[in-house]
Write a new protein. Structure first.
Length: 146
């Protein structure tokens, strides 16, 4: 059974291991100082970042990182699921589903108006999971690096 909970200080080594796997998957390179800054914000209760950990038998097997933000379209917060990663050896075993359902449940309990995320168009395994929650919309993302 998968347990999903808040991230804790003692998750540092496991989170960094999974974070490295996440960045490898997306062929990304996040500077060490940004990773450390992200880690500190995940532990900071005043930060807009939300860090959740998935465990199976007390072993950390996945995480989600989300950003809670205001919107001009609603009076209650919106949650952007920015990062979701599951240990590759446990994919398709329900861990990703548990991490998303956890955010759905948190959002309902805390009065969020919306939860949203995106993925690469060719990430078929993830898209099968995401499609079980909601159909993709017709928006196109634009990203300008500053």
């Amino acid at each position: 059974m998968t347990l999903v909970r808040d991230i804790r200080e003692d998750d540092a080594q496991d989170w960094r291991r999974l974070w490295a796997g996440y960045n490898d998957f997306y062929e990304a390179s996040v500077p060490t100082e940004v990773t450390e800054y992200t880690w500190r914000r995940l532990l900071d209760p005043t930060s807009s970042l939300i860090g959740r950990i998935a465990e199976i038998d007390a072993r950390v097997v996945g995480f989600s990182v989300s950003v809670l933000h205001d919107s001009s379209w609603t009076s209650s917060p919106i949650c952007y699921l920015e990062d979701l990663f599951v240990d590759p050896s446990l994919r398709s075993g329900g861990v990703g589903r548990a991490l998303i359902q956890d955010l759905v449940d948190l959002g309902r309990a805390r009065g969020w108006s919306r939860l949203y995320w995106h993925t690469q168009a060719n990430n078929q395994r993830a898209r099968r999971l995401y499609d079980a929650f909601v159909e993709a919309d017709d928006f196109v993302r634009y990203r300008l690096t500053l």
